[in-house]
Design a protein around this ligand. Structure first.
Ligand code: ZN
Length: 352
């Protein structure tokens, strides 16, 4: 990524407002989205103690402004002055102008500008209600500490917000009624530990899966037409449900399930069950949830490979998947519950 967008590296020395510059520069919609979410996460990272406050960035920090403008001083950056703690003296006090010029004699600095920045930092410090102290730990900046802790920490930090993801509003609008999103997102986590599958399902939920409609909007492909039927616009709902060719796939998969599994006597597949893994008044088990995600993943792979989704081929791949899952359950010492879960589907995993 850094070889394509070297400026991304600047997020390690600048505050969140730099993300705005990046979002203009970056053309790839996925990475643009990543930067957008970085900014969102950054704003959730309000400093709560002196250690975190001292690790805040000086430049491009929306909380440190002079005349309503963010701070950006190239000379400081070139000399590595990017964090608040670098403006402190040995006794835990902000350096005054003379101390600063003595410490950095080669940096040309105007008295008023310097005092203005220190005043802005003090104002921010007052706003977050943090007392100065001589002792503080030199931590990594809060946002990066969270990112380094991993996906779960990032998710927890983002989940604190009440904000509804834009995609959720869009889906609700399409279906004309709010879906049970808590259940939908929880199900995605619970269905599989496979990060590739989870990420795939999350891209569907967040409407960032590259369908032809999306790619056409980004000017990556010329036509928004469906890869299978070549007639309708390829949206997420069309690709995984409405397309005639995909409908045949689901119908055949349903027949195969009805014939081989005791659990699946009802006609099970519906649009919301296929797309989101939930259907009103219907309880599904973990295996069928997994089969649905795998089937979508298979459909998507067919789209990328330019082939047609065929239920028989998918069921064959399920057998392979069963072996992998079984092995994983052995390794995790949950073989017993695995056998129980898959019991109703054994015929399916053994069919020719
Ligand atoms: Zn189609």
């Amino acid at each position: 990524m850094l070889s394509i967008y070297p400026d991304l590296d600047n997020l390690r020395i600048y505050g969140s407002e730099y993300a705005n510059i990046l979002m203009v520069k970056i053309k790839n919609p996925f990475w643009k989205d990543v930067v957008k979410h970085y900014k969102k996460l950054y704003h959730r990272c309000c400093p709560l103690n002196i250690d975190e406050f001292m690790s805040e960035y000086i430049h491009y920090n929306v909380n440190i402004t002079r005349d309503k403008k963010i701070v950006y001083i190239k000379d400081w950056i070139d000399n590595g002055i990017v964090l608040i703690r670098q403006l402190l003296g040995p006794h835990g006090e902000y350096l005054n102008f003379n101390d600063f010029t003595n410490q950095f004699p080669h940096i040309k600095m105007n008295f008023l500008v310097y005092e203005g920045i220190i005043t802005a930092i003090k104002k921010y410090q007052k706003k977050v209600n943090i007392e100065l102290s001589v002792r503080f730990s030199c931590l990594d900046t809060k946002v990066w500490t969270i990112i380094q802790r991993g996906n779960k920490a990032v998710q927890t930090a983002l989940d604190k917000s009440e904000a509804v993801p834009a995609a959720v509003n869009k889906w609700n609008k399409i279906y004309n009624s709010p879906l049970n999103w808590k259940k939908i997102f929880t199900k995605t986590r619970k269905t599989t530990l496979d990060t590739q599958l989870r990420w795939f399902q999350l891209r569907i939920l967040h409407r960032i899966l590259p369908t032809n409609k999306y790619l056409c909007m980004c000017r990556i492909v010329e036509s928004a037409c469906c890869s299978f039927c070549k007639q309708e616009e390829e949206t997420i709902s069309h690709l995984f449900w409405h397309c005639d060719i995909v409908q045949v796939f689901w119908a055949k998969l349903k027949t195969a399930l009805n014939e081989s599994c005791e659990n699946c006597v009802e006609p099970i597949f519906t649009e919301t069950l296929v797309l989101f893994g939930v259907k009103e008044n219907v309880v599904t088990d973990r295996v069928i949830d997994l089969i649905i995600i795998l089937a979508k993943y298979y459909i998507f792979k067919c789209k990328l490979q330019g082939s047609t989704p065929i239920a028989k081929i998918f069921i064959k791949s399920l057998k392979q998947r069963y072996i992998v899952e079984k092995y994983a359950s052995l390794v995790c010492n949950r073989n017993h519950s695995f056998n129980l879960e898959w019991l109703p589907y054994l015929k399916l995993t053994q069919a020719d």
